[in-house]
Write a protein that binds this ligand. Sequence first.
Ligand SMILES: *Cc1c(COP(=O)(O)O)cnc(C)c1O
Length: 380
Amino acid sequence: MDNKLMLMIPGPTPVPEAALLALAKHPIGHRSGEFSSMMAEVTENLKWLHQTTSDVLMLNVSGTGAVEAGIINFLSAGDRVLVGNNGKFGERWVEVAQAFGLNVETITAEWGKPLDPQKFAEVLEADTNKEIKAVIITHSETSTGVINDLETINSHVKKHGQALIIVDAVTSLGAYNVNVDGLGLDVVASGSQKGYMIPPGLGFVSVSPKAWEAYKTATLPKYYLDLGKYRKSTAKNTTPFTPPVNLIVALHTTLGMMKKEGLESIFARHERQKNATRAAMKALNLPLYAADECASPAITAVEIAEADKLRSVMKKRFDIALAGGQDHLSNKIFRIGHLGFVCDRDILSCIAALEVALPQVGYDNFTPGAGIAAAAKVFS
Ligand SMILES: *Cc1c(COP(=O)(O)O)cnc(C)c1O
């Protein structure tokens, strides 16, 4: 039986029917009053989601474009920046910063381990001349399922006083408490196909007043990603360029759903599904790639030999899409996405299917039903 695909990958994530129906509507003009009133509500709800009274801007880009915009709008060539790198995305922000001629210093951790906040503290404390202009970190490192300790790293940035904190929150926003104003996060980037429950195509960047100050003197070249243009347009409930109108209509729908569910419930749901997934993997005697203390609420990485064969069985037999490992983790891990429009039933289905699929790839080191029982315990 076809056409019952279950996306259990960390983006694109499943899209609720109400949003799919919104996508099916005729496009409306983006200079119309109808669009402007929708923009006004979307902007207000984006601020609610980010827990900020400052700006949240929307661009027609994937998550990478949002992070790139978050970097290039506030810095100048040669600026010293500190970039955290403990996975595929951390690596990407090092590359972006280098591509724009920034003076990049990296703080690394092994893949599967969190960044050590103390290392940030040491470099920031030693910078008495206040040369470091920004600290760039990935909050939830999707490639490994690790969540970095944003709160503590940010507290060291705050002590430094000068540097901006620029955060890739692509798989934490809408899953975990990213309190932009509460923490004083300067730039927070995210993308529509993750916690927002709509298809790929929109990127979001929140900008603090302190970052807008830096914007005034930043000289890296920019045009399409010039956030000043988006700020001006957003204030008038419009966009500088043609936006993906239908995606915004869908976003209007899903933000409404999120508001109805409430931030606390959304975070609790992700936490619960993370706990159930991890309990199940432990009961199946499968090693988890990230430790409990630093486990992402959005994604669980699991070690197994011939992971891609398992993914292929899951796809062919059950139409469940799991993510694979990237780079040196290719075929060594599989990743279960539990981000966005995922209900507890999806987790139970996925675990039950895994219990059937695992023996088919030669893994039977578990008591049948043990995974489901462990997840059920978390859910009941
Ligand atoms: C998905 C993701 C991105 C953005 O990737 P795009 O393919 O550009 O949308 C960035 N950072 C993290 C941590 C992600 O999971």
